[in-house]
Design a protein around this ligand. Structure first.
Ligand code: SF4
Ligand code: FES
Length: 275
């Protein structure tokens, strides 16, 4: 099935099998995410991509796009919730960006900038999970894990292995390694595996690659995550891509985008939904 949905006032076409977040990305509309990754099966754990769809709360990375949906992403309450989720992720682990090799290439850091996160809001947990530097080529700093499950999915679905798993709940949740000792050196992982490169934070790092790209020359040093996530050729929602606006009455009924976003939206041509 294909059709058109309305995201924050932009009429966005979708094709068969696309989720809301995939349709949005294709149209240059950025919906923040961390546990989602293009080409991976939906997982839906971080809740950062939470949107309102026809007035109801849903995760954009798991909900299939459907014709006539009215999606609100950029409203003050959703942005506030995203900032709080990001702050929780920061205090649950150890994300001290100035001392992290991933700084500038880190999606968590880039999302925090996008959310205008200026403090942690919550008290720190001061996580102290054991670092695994046993493997000759790959390092795991468990204190930087946000449990997005991407390495688990990468190892299983892309590498045909099952090196990683997530065990426990709440503050006892842990990334575990499938090996006789629980150490990475005794697992099947190779530095060429996708699982070694997919981590959105600095939890899984490849050894001897630190500072090959110096601070200041990294991806988010020059491009906000809203651009990077939507690919280079489509920079501004509804502008470079030429997507028209959709019915503003329905948008208002469903909570509406915030006023700043509304002010930057392209002028509204006549486009009508079936419902
Ligand atoms: S190690 Fe990285 S990729 Fe794996 S679950 Fe933790 S944050 Fe996600
Ligand atoms: S990106 Fe949708 S729940 Fe994580």
């Amino acid at each position: 099935m294909s059709g058109t949905l309305c995201i924050d006032g932009i009429a966005v076409p979708f094709s068969d099998g696309q989720t809301i977040i995939e349709a949005a990305r294709s149209a240059g509309v950025y919906i923040p995410y961390l546990c989602h990754r293009p080409g991976y099966a939906p997982y839906g754990s971080c809740k950062l991509c939470t949107v309102k769809v026809n007035g109801r709360t849903n995760t954009a990375c798991t909900l299939p796009a459907a014709d006539g949906q009215t999606v609100i992403s950029n409203s003050p309450d959703l942005q506030h919730d995203r900032q709080r989720i990001t702050q929780m992720l920061f205090v649950e682990g150890n994300h001290f960006c100035p001392s992290c090799e991933k700084s500038g290439n880190c999606q968590l850091q880039a999302v925090a900038y996008h959310q205008n996160m200026l403090d942690n809001h919550y008290p720190h947990f001061y996580a102290q999970r054991e670092l695994d530097a046993s493997h000759p080529d790959i390092l795991i700093d468990h204190d930087r894990c946000i449990f997005c499950n991407l390495c688990v999915r990468a190892s299983k679905e892309k590498d045909g292995k099952e090196v990683f798993g997530i065990a426990g709940r709440g503050i006892h949740k842990r990334l575990i390694v499938n090996s006789p000792t629980g150490k990475l050196k005794d697992s099947d992982i190779s530095v060429n595996d996708e699982a070694a490169h997919v981590c959105p934070t600095g939890a899984i790092l490849v050894k001897r690659s630190a500072y090959l790209a110096p601070i200041g020359a990294r991806i988010y040093d020059h491009h906000p995550i809203s651009e990077v996530a939507c690919e280079k050729e489509v920079i501004k929602a509804g502008e470079a891509s030429g997507y028209p606006s959709c019915d503003q009455t329905k948008l208002a009924q469903n909570g509406g985008p915030d006023s700043h976003y509304a002010a930057t939206m392209p002028p509204a041509p006549d486009i009508k939904h079936d419902r």
